[in-house]
Design a binder for this molecule. Structure first.
Ligand code: GLU
Ligand code: ZN
Length: 297
């Protein structure tokens, strides 16, 4: 099988040294294996994505000496794929409509009997308020078309006739990099951990028709990605990705989570930090080799 890595930036700001490291590392790994390095533009957030940032992504990556197969996949062109998958999940009763605001969720999750709100890879673990808003096995059409859709993690991980009790009660993925606590090798994700500490994650954000988790899983599969090279900040989110892969019958790629590039004070770089933008180093006369040196490659 050809080694296929990908880089999946969101065009919501300039690429900085952290992106450069991720892109260069994935590209080098793919080239060493005689494989391919793909580019995908993650522009589902139509409010924050801008054509000029997308243009600058291509420019910066070319300047770094990278190349990729065309055409580039753009998530904004895949709305129909996402919505047909979500429809299937709705009729299969795997998702429910959630009309809660952030404040509603925080209030319900911090109710006195709940203790301190539990925070998972996707923020506060959803307290289950709207879990009743389901298709009930295909009995009901959607009632709140604008509402968010959440995965019913409890139902999704339940033992059913299709998933007999002989199937192990955990999911797993292979990590060739490292998680934030040095996790590597075969990473096991118990279903109980998914229900308790991850919860009913959003698969379609209100008015967006999808979410990062759903799109990334569908698109990695559609692009036949074999190796996902990305920052350690997404290690915990991989638990969500493997449960979606099982639910949708998609293969689980190998994951390679890499260290994060930090600023001089030890904080990880954010999109806003223009100070570390590749563009800025270019303008100041740095070469691609300088960038490689700066990120330790
Ligand atoms: N689009 C995501 C970002 O800009 C990357 C997602 C991923 O690599 O899985 O952080
Ligand atoms: Zn809700």
């Amino acid at each position: 099988m050809t080694f296929r890595a990908r880089f999946a930036p969101s065009p919501t700001g300039p690429l900085h040294l952290g992106h450069a490291y991720s892109a260069l590392l994935g590209f080098d790994m793919a080239m060493r294996e005689g494989g391919e390095w793909l580019l995908r533009i993650e522009d589902i957030d139509r409010q924050r994505s801008k054509p000029e940032w997308e243009r600058q992504i291509y420019e910066d990556l070319e300047w770094l000496g990278l190349w990729w197969p065309e055409p580039v996949m753009r998530q904004s062109e895949r709305a129909e794929v996402y919505s047909s998958v979500l429809n299937g999940l709705w009729w299969d009763d795997a998702v429910f409509e959630c009309t809660c605001s952030r404040a509603d969720i925080l209030a319900a999750a911090s109710a006195p009997q709940e203790g301190a709100p539990l925070v998972g890879p996707d923020g506060v673990v959803y307290p289950g308020t709207c879990e009743g808003n389901r298709s009930m096995g295909g009995l009901y059409p959607r009632r709140f078309p604008d509402a968010a859709l959440r995965l019913n993690m409890g139902l999704t991980t339940q033992v059913t006739a299709e998933r007999p009790v002989t199937e192990p009660a955990y999911l797993s993925f292979r990590e060739t990099g490292a998680g934030p606590n040095g996790e590597k090798g075969l990473i096991c994700v118990p279903e109980s951990d998914l229900v308790r500490n991850v919860g009913d994650v959003v698969l379609a954000r209100r008015g967006m028709g999808t979410s990062y988790h759903l799109s990334v899983v569908l698109d990695d599969a559609a692009q036949f990605v074999t190796h996902v090279v990305r920052g350690q900040d997404l290690f915990e989110a991989t638990k969500i990705h493997v449960v979606l892969q099982r639910l949708l019958g998609l293969p689980t790629p190998v994951y390679h989570h890499h260290r994060l590039i930090r600023d001089d004070t030890g904080r990880r770089l954010a999109k806003r930090e223009d100070a570390k933008a590749i563009r800025r180093y270019r303008d100041e006369g740095a070469t691609p080799q300088d960038i490689r040196r700066m990120v330790g490659l």
